[in-house]
Design a protein around this ligand. Sequence first.
Ligand code: PAF
Length: 283
Amino acid sequence: MTKPLVVDTVAALRAQVQEWRRQGLRIALVPTMGALHDGHISLVDIARERADRCVVSIFVNPTQFAPSEDLDKYPRQLALDLERLAQAGADLAFTPTAGEMYPAGFAMKITVDGPSSGLETDFRPTFFQGVATVVAKLLLQTTPDVAVFGEKDYQQLCVVRRLCRDLDLPVDIIGAPTVRDAHGLAMSSRNAYLGATELDIARQLNTILRDAARALVAGADAPSATATACEALTRAGFAKIDYVEARESGTLGPWQRGRGGRLLAAAWLGSTRLIDNVEIPAP
Ligand code: PAF
């Protein structure tokens, strides 16, 4: 088991990437905010299949958190993360400080319209601006051939694809299937906030979404299938539902009955917000 090289400056990252490029190697990037779980490790596995060297960034990006959100309590466990990355065979961990990523006077914000409209944006209006800005920086700092993002954050994946397309960034964006526990709960660093009772409730989210997706495929209209899903989530014990919505799967435009798509949801358990999504298969 070889430990990944750990660098915390853009200059050191670029020097290593340049050396790998000189050797003719392909490079993959897995952007993360740390607190690594099996979902992240599956991204590293995919990155290693697609490239010769795998860079994992670990940076809890302050610009994607609203002042009311959990930036301060977001789990941070660098030593454990580095152990997991060593086991997974990652080659380099990029662990910049906020000052390295956003030096004094930093004045750039990237706004992506299209796939960022609605869903998360209705509840976290500045979230995708923070994500798009930091992802653009990480891609320009690393210049990878491929970058891997989880489908768990499906709207984020669509926003990142659009960012790269519209800025002509020469990178393949790979969407990786969501890793779930034995009960269907999507792996998330925020699951660490859940107590035992909340965990039981959280585990029903995916089942309820899958039932709704089946109803849509069977011909239900979106308003009634999503209303049924919201009732089921409330019955299960979710305190508040931000949205359950069916969308077209690439652009995230409106879903049309009789077509494939994606059903996306966000709901609260106490002070923990969970998101998930499932495919609506084409009938
Ligand atoms: O999905 C995440 O962990 C973050 O939003 C990302 C892509 C690493 C950007 O900070």
